[in-house]
Design a protein around this ligand. Sequence first.
Ligand code: NDP
Ligand code: HSE
Length: 439
Amino acid sequence: MIEYRNIRIALLGAGSVGSQVAGLLIEHRDELAARVGTGLDLVGIAVRDPQRPRDPRIPEALYTTDAESLILGADIVIELMGGLEPARELLLLAMNSGADVITANKALLATHGPELFAAAEQVGAQLYYEAAVGGAIPIIRPLRDSLAGDRVERILGIVNGTTNYILDRMHSQGDSVQEALAEAQRLGYAEADPTADVEGFDAAQKAAILASLAFHTAVPLEAVHREGILGITLEQVAAAQRSGFVIKLLAVCERLTDAERGIDGVSARGHPALVPAAHPLASVHGANNAVFLQAEAAGSLMFYGAGAGGLETASAVLGDVVSAARRHVVGGPGVAESTHADLPALPIAMVTTRYQIGMEVLDRPGVLAQIALVLSDHGVSVETVQQTAAGAEAAAPAATRVIGTHAATEAALAATVHALADSEVVSAVTSVLRVEGVS
Ligand code: NDP
Ligand code: HSE
């Protein structure tokens, strides 16, 4: 039997995820070698500050600040530094010098994915990124391989653990968004600067990655509609609970076809939405992630688990390491990106969805008829109406009304909300949330 030489692995970054990847490569060395068919040598780890106290499992001699030299001697380069630069440059250098690359960097992939995939294809390198969406959850490989013969229709993903924790706490503990964020930071779920999480940037990046894979189309980040969760109020949470929903920050990826409207494309977006309490995504609690997917033949599938955490995310990275290393040993097809469909990424205005619109209204006869008229003028039909009387402190007889609409175009729904806000019977539109996961 031919003995293959050991595979040389360079690691860029030894933070939360990188230190766990290095630790597992060292601790599980024999088992990984048996699975791959040859040894995996961790030849070095690039960091910014080699003097910083580090994981005791890892020999100090492995640390370097010279990422370029480390890359030039490697068969596989794992990028776990985060950020756009120098991560992008270093991955390009690695592929151009003959290495396969692995990354968990969703910001990099969502921003520079097409450039990186093109470089990989040009030089025949492989680019793996299982950890970039959903942490430990296998979702990239299922989309790319297991479902490669099916047609994905729709993805609803809870892909950001920090915001799921915050929204879950608002529902279960009655915390305000700021109180729940402070708790998420105290527990180490949220970053010191949680902007990417709470403003929806992280979910939008993951939506771009999932939509690109699912629909065989490069979906640029700029085409992903994004809304964060900082505007979500306890009143909205209470109203959601009263009407049998929970609020989740979702990455929504849809294949949109409507011959009558001349629509044939994809939509990717990240925003808070109402999900029916009986939907599988409603029972995703805490900082967990889940991706609910509908495909033409497979039907509904759900992938669930830890969306972050150093050790959990390292599991997904190690899976990529074994795949990449096996290919070095036994050859076989790689994991080329498939963008053959090349569909347009459609703006949110072309999406068809449902809304729940909360408003303060005058509590007098004929108000409901006037509201219904505004909706019908915009081609939107009412599905549900709920009314709660305002407190005794209200100056005039007033009520809080929540209108649930049937599906309509976003453009029509947005115009409806504007018209309601201008209507003399509506004092204020207090809440506008999309409804997802209703068949
Ligand atoms: P950390 O901030 O914990 O670690 C980053 C590491 O990269 C540090 O070791 C740092 O060095 C090193 N580094 C940063 N910039 C440079 C540079 N210019 N040159 C050399 N080394 C550098 O990040 P995480 O481990 O949390 O995240 C890594 C990646 O994984 C990110 O892309 C992130 O989005 C992704 N990810 C993270 C998850 C998580 O749960 N943490 C979950 C899923 C994905 P030093 O130690 O000297 O500062
Ligand atoms: N900040 C991200 C989250 C980490 O909260 O889910 C995983 O990408």
